[in-house]
Design a protein around this ligand. Structure first.
Ligand code: SF4
Length: 481
């Protein structure tokens, strides 16, 4: 973990948002802006909005946070329409470029689509080659381009939109939750495993789709249901049409529960916050500690720390104060000022820490660097003991499904025992939540979740080194979102 950007956590790749409403035609850009605001945690590098009246589409996208990319005049410059797409993006280092900001556009002749994507295609290289054989030329390096091109290829055959998208989906392997505009239709679809979330709501005579339900709440939309794994939803003046497909194995990313999703979002009708509380409670049962106070690593460990406190009976307190205004781009301290780096973000409260046996709760440990600095900070502030508790299991492998998780050699959990990690971070004791308890806290069946980075059970056969190789060599595209 490294405080040089965000909290050194794995990065969620993207958030998507879509809106269809004739009643709201004059304010679609603003509603989409609000939707993206709620999804900002899913991607902080670029933001974009496209508005269409079914014939003309205007779009604006740029690097930066939603509030940096858009202001009143810019939103007003987007023409009125009854279809909207929005996107926030995080990309892997080196691929953060304007060209890869979304929504992306694809087209040939009079068949044009705008696409916003969250996920990662594991077969992007072979898909690109086969689309090139179909005559497509690519200038963007995002796999979203290939999704757009494959949809265009099928639409050219004259199929209905639903059938065309289903046809395109047969060519995709990996994680994709997508919102797309084609002419006067808003289309939303999700890969057959359902790795990334996507929900539908009803709003002012129309519909909204959002990566998370918090994007629906903010615009006053009423949650209807999730887009099902493998489902294509087509929204137009006729209403909502659904095309469903067989799902080989559901695999919603368990990390959405642990860290990525906003706590006020809901999956299958249950609040993410509730799952995080339960993770903390189960952690207290599995890994109790003799201590005087429970503190969270803000904000990621907060819910689990409250749960740990509730179950253990040990008081909860905020012992680390976070500076909420340190963004990704703040000037880094030099190596000689190493410890300053973490102090810019977090400052301990001696009145809570001094002389106390402290349990500090975080949601995950990726590389271990930040955890070590945190423990140092707590001892410097006078902690008598520091018991580190993690509300998920050790991360043992990379993610191929849309999360920017490091290669195995950078994951401390893949290379060290728990005791070796404890020594490395300097904690008095260290314990993680078990995989079974993490799954139990979600109240989902184990076989309906992806847990691959924790237990190596990759839902798509073959997504191990073969695809890592494709990602590093043949496939140079960046993750779509
Ligand atoms: S490998 Fe891990 S981060 Fe990736 S989808 Fe599966 S559970 Fe989520």
């Amino acid at each position: 973990m490294d405080y040089q950007d965000t909290e050194g956590k794995p990065k969620e790749a993207c958030g998507v948002f879509g809106l269809y409403s004739r009643e709201l035609a004059g304010e679609l850009a603003q509603r989409t802006y609000f939707g993206l605001y709620a999804l900002q945690h899913r991607g902080q590098e670029s933001a974009g909005i496209a508005i269409s009246d079914g014939e003309r589409t205007t779009a604006m996208r740029d690097m930066g946070l939603v509030s940096q990319v858009f202001d009143g005049p810019r939103l007003a410059a987007l023409e009125a329409g009854h279809l909207a797409l929005g996107h926030v993006r995080y990309s892997t280092t080196g691929s953060a470029s304007w060209e890869n900001a979304q929504p992306e556009f694809g087209g040939r002749g009079d068949v044009n689509v705008a696409v916003a994507h969250n996920g990662n295609l594991v077969n992007a290289g072979t898909l690109r080659d086969s689309l090139a054989e179909d005559g497509f030329r690519f200038y963007s390096t995002s796999d979203t381009t290939y999704i757009a091109a494959a949809a265009v290829r099928e639409l050219e055959r004259g199929l209905s939109v639903g059938e065309a998208v289903r046809g395109a989906m047969r060519r995709f392997e990996g994680a994709y939750s997508v919102a797309m505009i084609f002419r006067d239709k808003l289309v939303a679809f999700r890969d057959p495993h359902g790795f990334r979330p996507l929900s539908i709501g009803e709003v002012d005579g129309g519909y909204a789709v959002s990566s998370e339900t918090c994007g629906l709440d903010i615009i006053g939309a009423r949650f209807l249901r999730d887009v099902e794994p493998g489902e294509v939803v087509v929204i137009d003046d006729e209403g909502l049409m659904s095309y469903r497909a067989e799902t080989p194995r559901r695999a919603l990313c368990v990390f959405e529960y642990v860290y990525f999703a906003r706590p006020d979002s809901r999956f299958d009708g249950r609040e993410v916050a509730d799952s995080r509380h339960r993770m903390g409670e189960l952690l207290a049962e599995e890994a109790p500690a003799e201590a005087d106070v429970i503190i969270p690593v803000p904000d990621s460990g907060m819910m689990a720390a409250i749960g740990y406190s509730k179950r253990s009976g040990i008081p909860y307190a905020e012992g680390l104060i976070k500076n909420r205004y340190v963004g990704r781009t703040f000037i880094q301290p030099t190596d000689g000022m190493r410890q300053l780096g973490i102090r810019l973000k977090l400052n301990p409260l001696p009145s809570v820490i001094e002389g106390n046996r402290v349990v500090v709760v975080d949601d995950s440990i990726v590389r271990g660097n930040t955890s070590r600095k945190l423990v140092e900070l707590l001892f410097e502030a006078g902690a008598a003991e520091v018991h580190f508790r993690v509300s998920s299991p050790p991360i043992k492998g990379p993610c191929y499904y849309g999360i920017d998780m490091d290669s195995p050699d950078q994951l401390v959990g893949a290379n060290m025992s728990v005791e070796e990690i404890r020594v490395q971070i300097g904690a008095t004791t260290l314990a993680y939540l078990s995989t079974d308890a993490m799954v139990a806290a979600t109240q989902q069946r184990k076989d309906r979740l992806c847990r691959a980075c924790f237990d190596g059970d990759y839902p798509i056969t073959g997504t191990t080194s073969k695809f890592a190789l494709e990602n590093k060599t043949h496939y140079v595209a960046t993750r779509g979102g």
